[in-house]
Design a protein around this ligand. Structure first.
Ligand code: GLU
Length: 452
């Protein structure tokens, strides 16, 4: 049994690829894979390829490819090169020829119904549903007869039947017993190449050093290791990340699994929040970093070791609030509406879950706000004590000290009715920051119960 591969021993910068099929939007699950690839590359000055696995021409679209590229850009995961499998058919044809001449590809003629029936019978006998290699036993005359009947062959890769082992950078030592696997189909009857082959042919051609992908590909890896070798290449290092589960530890539900980056963006989640969350998911409490570069600096694939990390949308929103609280005005200015200046931003940023929530506080500062008056006499009395402008951060303290002295109210009895009158809300930003933005005229009107 071999453990490890040449690539993972080498110290040259990693070459990685993220290989989505453009048959849908980028969602949380595949963003997590993209991010791990990108961080692993950037951690060590490596190279990141965006490869569209679009050999399924019926389901792949240019619109989905453009959408994935736009989402990766939004997340900040810029790539060094881009490839589409549909442009690379000659490479796959050459790989097919090489495997045929090595005696590793053989033609099969069963229809999908015949294969399904074989599987049913095997399962009834209690046998594993592994392809029985009946096609390998066909004589040339039998094959010719089938072809004369109009059957087109699909092509299977002949597995060694032995064990394939690798030292997974996430899962540790892994081993697949190929005797328990069907020989994979690499070319369909219509001539289309399938992923198991195209991915390896591309990874060899682009000299990919690390294949970082979801744990749903672990069983493919055994066969792919054999295909690398049959193509005369050493396999790369492999890292299979655990699939995300939902907040209850259940398999990823459809709803969450299809939570797209576009949804998060339109909800007002910051791209850096998504990156920080996904980079640390499953490794303790989510941590904030100031940039992707900072995340890359101490990134280590090994941290994903363990069970399925839980993706909790509520935790993501919480992390977003923590991030917004730290962002200087310059970091968000371009995305704020005209009425939000640096003073309002600094006052409000500690009270936002999403960037767009700042509009609530713009409305509070600019009006109109219909005040909530608990005790009209108290509010009217406080209005009379409002100091003259100009107002600054000291105004709130000076004014409320005076209101306290005159009315004898203190603590919540003093502050809460003033907040409700001035903002119509139970809580929010510090009033010492907000009051100068509201200004004397509006404060006076609101304390008198007028919408202003
Ligand atoms: N297109 C494959 C997928 O989306 C890529 C798997 C791989 O990274 O090898 O699952």
């Amino acid at each position: 049994m071999e453990c490890g591969t040449s690539a993972q021993m080498s110290s040259s910068p990693p070459r990685v690829r993220f290989a989505p099929s453009p048959t849908g939007h980028l969602h949380i699950g595949n963003s997590y894979i993209a991010l791990a690839n990108w961080l692993h590359a950037r951690h060590a000055g490596g190279w990141f390829l965006l490869r569209f696995d679009d050999t399924d021409r019926e389901r792949s679209t240019d619109e989905f490819a453009a959408g994935i590229a736009a989402d990766l850009t939004w997340l900040g995961l810029l790539w060094d090169a881009e490839a589409r499998q549909s442009d690379r058919l000659a490479l796959y044809d050459a790989a097919v020829e090489r495997l045929k001449s090595a005696g590793r590809l053989y033609p099969c003629y069963e229809t999908s119904e015949e294969l399904a029936l074989k599987r049913t019978l095997q399962l009834q006998r209690g046998a594993p549903p592994v392809y029985d290699r009946a096609a390998l036993a066909l004589s040339a005359a039998e094959r010719a007869k089938l072809e004369a009947e109009g059957r087109r062959p699909h092509w299977r890769f002949k597995l060694s039947g032995g064990r394939n082992a690798w030292n997974d950078l996430v899962r540790g030592p892994q081993e697949i017993d190929e005797a328990s696997q069907s020989d994979p189909i690499l070319v369909r009857a219509d001539g289309n190449h399938l992923y198991t082959l195209t991915s390896v042919a591309d990874d060899v051609d682009f000299a990919i050093s690390h294949v970082i992908r979801g744990a749903d590909h672990v069983t493919n890896t055994g066969a792919q290791i054999e295909i690398y070798r049959a193509l005369g290449a050493e396999p790369p290092a492999f890292a299979h990340l655990p699939l995300l589960s939902d907040a209850h530890g259940e398999g990823f539900s459809k709803r969450l699994g299809s939570l797209s980056l576009g949804d998060l963006r339109s909800q007002g989640i910051e791209p850096l929040t998504v990156a920080c969350y996904l980079a640390t998911i499953g490794a303790g409490a989510p941590e904030l970093r100031e940039s992707l570069a900072a995340l890359a600096a101490d990134f280590d694939l090994g941290r994903f070791h363990g069970g399925s990390p839980r993706f909790d949308p509520a935790e993501l929103v919480h992390l977003n609030a923590r991030l917004l609280r730290q962002l200087p005005f310059a970091a968000v200015a371009g995305r704020l509406s005209a009425g939000v200046d640096d003073k309002l931003w600094l006052a409000a940023r500690g009270n936002l879950q999403h960037l767009g929530d700042v509009e609530v506080w713009r409305r509070v500062s600019e009006g109109p706000v219909a005040p909530v008056i608990e005790c009209p006499e108290f509010a009217a009395g406080a209005a009379l004590l409002l100091p003259a402008e100009p107002w600054d951060e000291g105004t709130w303290g000076a004014w409320t000290a005076e209101v306290k002295r005159v009315t004898g109210r203190r603590g919540r009895d003093l502050f809460h009715p003033l907040r409700l009158a001035l903002t119509a809300r139970e809580d929010g930003p510090e009033l010492k920051l907000l009051l100068p933005l509201i200004g004397r005229a509006r404060a006076l009107a609101r304390l008198r119960g007028e919408t202003a």
